[in-house]
Design a protein around this ligand. Sequence first.
Ligand SMILES: Nc1ncnc2c1ncn2[C@@H]1O[C@H](COP(=O)(O)OP(=O)(O)OP(=O)(O)O)[C@@H](O)[C@H]1O
Ligand SMILES: [Mg+2]
Length: 538
Amino acid sequence: MKTFAEFGLDAKVLQAITELGFEESTAIQDKAIPIALAGSDLIGQAQTGTGKTAAFGIPLINNIPTSEDRIVALIMTPTRELAIQVAEEIGKLSRFKGIRSLPIYGGQEIGRQIRALKKRPQIIIGTPGRLLDHINRKTIKLDDVQHVVLDEADEMLDMGFMEDITSILSLVPEQRQTMLFSATMPPNIQRLAQQFLKNPEHVSVIPKQVTAPTIAQAYIEVHERQKFDALSRLLDMESPELAIIFGRTKRRVDELSEALQKRGYSADGLHGDLSQNQRDNVMRKFRDGSIDVLVATDVAARGLDVSGVTHVINFDLPQDPESYVHRIGRTGRAGKEGTAWSFVTPRETDHLHFIEKVTRQRINKKPVPSIAEAIEGKQRITAERIIEIVQTDSFQEYKGIAIQLLEQYDSVNVLASAIKLITGEKKDVSIELTPEDPIRAKKRRPDVRSSGRRFTGSGYGGNRGGSGGGSGSGSAPRGRSGYGSGSGSSYGGNRGGSRDGYKPRGESGRSYENRGENRGGGDRRPTPKFSSDDFVNQ
Ligand SMILES: Nc1ncnc2c1ncn2[C@@H]1O[C@H](COP(=O)(O)OP(=O)(O)OP(=O)(O)O)[C@@H](O)[C@H]1O
Ligand SMILES: [Mg+2]
């Protein structure tokens, strides 16, 4: 690892990095920054939460002259939340240098964006659909763009953005730098890279394991109907600082967040059917801690970086191992520890093993938390909160009443009653969720298509050489052992292949349905159980 001073960056960029508290570069930054600074094209791959945003953001900001008043850099992201987040990080990094950047995404009032564009940002961060909209209205011109970044490129293609991206890139001058970040390198990404990148350098951090080593993973076997009670107990037992709970469908997310609220948790839901205003509100509340549980579809699986997320819970298993990796990657970021739990119905154990195989990571089974563990967890948190107040000495005005009480009652009884009061009793409302079908295990078919959906050696998988015992015997989910050394990491099946051809509906109806929850499984379900309303939008 290097210090950022060693890259020879502009002093103002360096100052911003210091301000952000980054001391050393991460592995991907180490490799990518010098190449990007030199202006070369690059393809980047690294684990979740390892600072890929800054890996392309720092060189961009460094290389753009302050005097520039045209759009010289374009960053594309698959989701709106990600566009906003990347814009924030770019904003922080360019604070002292004074580079102007602007997020452009669907769902936000276009007039507002047009007004903001008049301030002449040099960097635009956008989702492909809305970008194209502006290009067609001639409110965004790409004639002067010299740098393009495709973040989460594989996800953008999976969402059906191939055509939009191709149209956009064909309007950018050939003489430019293009950087592509992608978790996987399926053939459609390779084609995209071939078409739009010039002699790209492959920059990848080959991990020992696909998932970040700082994420402890466990699963609980539970029947569909018991999931909600298991979730309540798990939340009580673990008392996460911030948690993201993933559900399979929009309906699931709605029901689940409502049910959690009924039980007294501070939770809210995020999915593509909400208005952009609602989506922004939920994210804002989650980021500032006014809610501590975010229930989401896979729309939140990629790229989102919220500090303080200690837990990810897969209330429903994801269809793809890849999605599993990204979902749990919302915790354990930037070297912090995190815990990931997954609920697995008995019929889904094969699917779980498939996820283990692909991620080469043993996921330990844990029992459903008991009521006693749940209560104990809640009490522990109350005790911690009390001790915090004791230590900060911020209780003076309560001392009088405390003395009075202790004159009349036994001290242990008084304190126990106070703890009971603070801990509060969760409202024991009974909750009935609409059941979801179990995920079916994918058969790993060694056919041509599966080879495309491979966690490539340069990113996931590859030559990890099976370090680690893979015994998975530890009972705590802290186990870090690599999972076996197993066979190749190609993973199967039927995902992907047909998606490039998927064409998003035009303009107003631009709702990238079908994404997420059921992706890849579509053709295995002759009679889909979900209506299209259940699927995630962009
Ligand atoms: N050198 C660094 N030192 C400390 N923290 C860093 C450093 N670089 C980035 N970070 C922080 O790490 C967190 C994760 O970064 P980022 O979101 O860029 O990860 P990512 O690799 O893009 O992950 P994902 O694959 O999930 O999109 C951010 O909060 C970021 O500010
Ligand atoms: Mg990212």
